[in-house]
Every structure is written in structure tokens, then in C-alpha cells.
Design a protein around this ligand. Structure first.
Ligand code: ZN
Length: 137
């Protein structure tokens, strides 16, 4: 079977999957878009509110089009951005915290929602990824 083509539709299906399984209590108060952006080694994902209009846009590094990157790592990045959305960053929800990453709140939220396994997968991948990058330079 050929590897799954990773395009924006694939990202959307990952987003839908995560939302329905782990964020079912979070209403989508404004449209949420997702798409691949430029290839970035260090900025894996982001969420922004469009300047005009009222849509939240999640951008995932083009690096993750590579099917060798575990799906759990991509899921972790999407889920991370969904936590920001849930906490009222780049969304119309009430802002629950002053800063988006204060005190490890993102990973805590992932853990509470049953996605600790994604954080684990991400950490083991990033360890290998960083050591490989250092070896290449
Ligand atoms: Zn973040």
C-alpha cells in the first residue's frame, strides 16, 4: 500500500479526529482552518486569528508532509494548537491564562484529556531528531 499522501485534507482529517475524540466538550465558536505552511525545522505549528474575518488558522510545518514523521508527532502538534484555542488564544473563547505556555499548561491539558501518549511520542521523536540534526552538522 502506498504511503498516505499528506496534504491539507489529511491534516483536516487529523484535526477532526482529535477534536471528536479529545475535545468533544470544546465548541467550535468560529471556523478553524488548518494547512501546511513553509518547511520549518523549529516552528512546528502555530495558531493565529485572521486579521480580517474571524477564522482561526492552524499552520503546520511543511516538514511534516514527510511520511517518515510519525503521525503521533503531527497529532501532538495539532493538539497543542487546539489547546491554545481551548484556552482562548487565537480564538474567541475566554482567555483562561495570561500566557499560552505558562507553567507547562499545554502538556498538562493534553495529559488531562488523555493525550499523554502523544506528548511521549513527540518527546522521543524530538530527542532522536535533535541528535540526528547535530550529527549532520
Ligand atoms: Zn504553543
Amino acid at each position: 500500500m502506498p504511503a498516505q499522501l499528506r496534504d491539507n485534507n489529511w491534516l483536516l482529517s487529523r484535526l477532526d479526529d482529535l477534536w471528536s475524540h479529545y475535545f468533544a466538550d470544546v465548541s467550535q465558536d468560529n471556523p478553524v482552518l488548518i494547512g501546511f505552511g513553509r518547511y520549518s525545522k523549529y516552528r512546528l505549528g502555530s495558531i493565529k486569528m485572521e486579521r480580517r474575518g474571524h477564522r482561526s488558522k492552524i499552520t503546520i510545518t511543511g516538514m511534516f508532509k514527510n511520511p517518515n514523521i510519525p503521525t503521533a508527532v503531527v497529532d501532538h502538534t495539532i493538539a497543542h494548537e487546539l489547546v491554545h484555542y481551548t484556552h482562548g488564544f487565537s480564538s474567541k473563547k475566554v482567555r483562561l491564562h495570561r500566557y499560552p505556555h505558562a507553567g507547562g499548561i499545554v502538556n498538562k491539558e493534553l495529559e488531562q484529556r488523555g493525550m499523554g501518549f502523544l506528548t511521549k511520542a513527540y518527546k522521543s521523536w524530538i530527542k532522536k531528531y535533535v541528535s540526528k540534526s547535530i550529527g549532520a552538522n
